[in-house]
Design a protein around this ligand. Structure first.
Ligand code: DX5
Ligand code: ZN
Length: 228
């Protein structure tokens, strides 16, 4: 099943609850929360209080993408605030296995994220324990950046490894996913699509989400729902 994880980073913060509801009406089924610390990435966004504020607004799963150093210090607070899925960057985790275990121990589904320059092969050993792998298709830090085309090959390679290893983790893609790029990532094997500016623009959130999902489903290699 292809799902749209809409990134609230691009939404109108003054009307956040309405924005979330509009994206949900358009078919978005995961709320993607971009957490940035001003150290790992050159931007600062929000922390656990934002997750706590979102929790009563929607029943959709909250997907926290932690672009922060020392994620172990903050994972308990995000889980407690209501995060359902928590992903950490491979690049900041000295003990990635321990960090993924920590996420699971706090009752959230663990994910791992790769920057564009980080090879897929660095994850082989931990793949059996993740719920999802997030392939960045921009360098993290800002919304509205240009899609990096070689992310498509990384997604395809990861999908091939998943098949070879007989695993079921999901493949998420994040950055520059829009009407002109969505087909390529879906065809390569991505099934959790993060989109910020393509969803929250021109005051047409609901329509944008619906259109993006329609294009994604039309490009799906296997139209039968693939539940993982
Ligand atoms: C980038 C973030 C993305 C970003 C996506 O660091 O992780 O989730 O908000 O925004 P768009 O879809 O505009 O590229
Ligand atoms: Zn993100």
């Amino acid at each position: 099943m292809i799902e749209l994880a809409f990134s609230i980073l691009a939404s109108d913060f003054a009307h956040l609850a309405d924005e979330v509801k509009a994206a949900e009406r358009g078919g978005g089924s995961i709320v993607h929360v971009d957490v940035m610390d001003g150290h790992f990435v050159p931007n600062i966004t929000f922390g656990p209080p934002m997750v706590q504020a979102l929790r009563p607004v929607t029943n959709l799963p909250l997907d926290c993408h932690l672009m922060i150093e020392n994620p172990d210090e903050y994972i308990p607070a995000f889980a407690e605030a209501g995060a359902d899925l928590i992903s950490v960057h491979q690049e900041v985790c000295r003990h990635l296995h321990r960090t993924l275990q920590l996420i699971a121990d706090h009752g959230a589904l663990p994910g791992v994220v790769l920057n564009p320059a980080t090879p897929v092969d660095t994850l082989i050993e931990v793949l059996p324990m993740v719920h999802y792998v997030l392939i960045m298709s921009v360098n993290p830090g800002f919304g509205g950046q240009k899609f990096i085309p070689f992310a498509v090959e990384k997604i395809a390679y990861l999908a091939e490894i998943r098949k070879k290893m007989g695993l079921n983790f999901r493949i998420e893609v994040d950055g520059g996913v829009a009407h002109d790029t969505v087909a390529s990532v879906v065809q390569a094997g991505a099934d959790m699509l993060v989109a910020g500016s393509a969803v929250f623009s021109k005051g047409k959130t609901e329509q944008n989400a619906r259109k993006l999902l329609k294009l994604a489903n039309a490009a799906a290699p296997d139209k039968k729902a693939r539940k993982v």
